[in-house]
Design a protein around this ligand. Structure first.
Ligand code: SF4
Length: 430
């Protein structure tokens, strides 16, 4: 059975604490990779040919697979397509087909929070690396298109997204993958988003993606301030990205794709203050775009895997405030912050705020919209930023017990209301 018949995740634990500070969230320095293991050396010397679906974690004779013929896809998407077996906690399927370009050389960048980063070359072959907490099986793109093209209108997917990585072939191969999709699947039936890699891109690349039918273009800014960006994605970890280049391409996307059709990904809790991240979100809204947020989670094998996940109270405040800025016309200058930049007043009357909390949408995964509503993301990324036992971004509509937990995390419980730890899990166990 699949979601063309289904969705899954691995439980682990996070410990809420105080706000993650800049001083606290310092990545490890990357180690040296032996020369023979650089640039996919082990995969290339193994010389194994791919056949069909490649499931990660073999790490033995990982085959030489290359985009555009091969792409990786999220575990959730693979289960939804019916090419992997599995179930996901409280999710029938994912609404976004997330694809990732793949090469034996892998991503040539070294972002400190990312499981795909280059410093892992000695430890794990690229196609075996975890990314946003899950494995990414590799499949021929034509096989994926074959399945979806049978009946795009009836597909469980509300959107497809191509994630570029930092690789010399990435710009051209993204175009090829997009064209193979749009040649057979009407983008009006399943719109396409591009999660870009600005470092290698020009404005002409942005234009070409738009001409070929991409609907939304996002930039994975990830870090909320220039100093955090430099420390986690730039020279601080021997990585090639530059804040200014990311903003240049974001502005190109604004011109080419237009209002509401561009945006930025931002990770919350890597050391920025709540005021800093919300000012960034306001800046993007003022430009006409949207922000898609991720809660920092210490990705296994990354240079930040020793650091704490974002405390749930910090995350919930930012998640709620971002929703108000993006969809309720509340401005960051209406909000108030304490001396550490922690949000203390959302800038709207308490009754209105309680209504927004009780609606629950603010706490769902944020991303490009699907077919349900403008403020409901197709990209639900089940358990991409948290374990099911301590959900950060809800990949489904939160129900009463979830909202009770969220209100407790926000310090806004109703009179007489008590959330017992694990109550939500118990309710859905078995
Ligand atoms: S560019 Fe993207 S895929 Fe590559 S290491 Fe950085 S975050 Fe990961």
């Amino acid at each position: 059975m699949s979601c063309f018949d289904r969705e899954g995740a691995t439980p682990d634990a996070t410990t809420p604490s105080a706000m993650n500070t800049f001083a606290q969230m310092t990545p490890r320095a990357p180690g040296r990779t032996p020369r023979e293991l650089r640039n996919g050396g082990r995969v290339k010397s193994g010389g194994s040919a791919p056949s069909g679906v490649y499931l990660p974690n073999n790490n033995i004779l990982t085959p030489q697979m290359r985009s555009p013929e091969y792409v990786q896809l999220s575990t959730a998407a693979a289960i939804t397509l019916g090419i992997m077996r599995g179930n996901m906690y409280r999710c029938a399927c994912t609404r976004c087909l997330n694809l990732l370009l793949t090469y034996p050389e892998g991503c040539r960048a070294n972002c400190a929070y990312c499981g795909l980063a280059r410093h892992r070359e000695a430890e794990r072959d690229y196609a075996d690396r975890n990314f946003i907490r899950v494995d990414w099986p590799a499949v021929p793109i034509d096989d994926i298109v074959d399945i979806v093209a049978r009946d795009p209108q009836a597909s469980p997917f509300h959107r497809m997204c191509i994630s570029m990585i930092t690789h010399p072939r990435s710009d051209d191969d993204t175009l090829t993958v997009l064209k193979r999709w749009t040649d057979r699947i009407d983008p009006a039936a399943i719109p396409v988003s591009i999660l870009s890699n600005p470092t290698t891109m020009t404005r002409a690349d942005v234009e070409r993606l738009h001409e070929l039918g991409a609907d939304i273009f996002t930039v994975a800014l990830d870090a909320a301030t220039p100093a955090l960006f430099e420390r986690t994605r730039g020279k601080g970890v021997q990585s090639p990205h530059r804040w200014d280049k990311y903003w240049e391409v974001l502005m190109d996307a604004r011109d080419v794709f237009g209002p509401q059709k561009f945006g930025a990904h931002i990770i919350v809790g890597m050391g920025e203050s709540e005021r800093e991240v919300l000012e960034l979100i306001q800046r993007i809204v003022d430009l006409g775009g949207h922000s898609h947020m991720f809660c920092f989670f210490p990705e296994r094998g990354s240079l930040m895997d020793h650091l704490p996940a974002t405390p749930r109270d910090q995350w919930r405040r930012v998640q709620l405030a971002r929703y108000l800025i993006d969809y309720r016309d509340v401005r960051v200058d209406h909000m108030r912050f304490d001396g550490d930049g922690r949000l203390v007043d959302f800038g709207i009357p308490a009754g209105e705020l309680d209504d927004v909390i009780d609606a629950g949408v603010a706490f769902r995964t944020s991303g490009c919209p699907g077919k349900f509503a403008e403020d409901v993301s197709a990209c639900d990324r089940p358990y991409g930023d948290s374990p099911p036992s301590d959900i950060a971004s809800y990949p489904f509509q939160p129900v009463a017990v979830d909202l009770k937990k969220i209100r407790a995390q926000l310090g806004r419980t109703r009179p007489g209301e008590v959330y017992e730890e694990g109550e939500d899990i118990e309710q859905f166990a078995g």
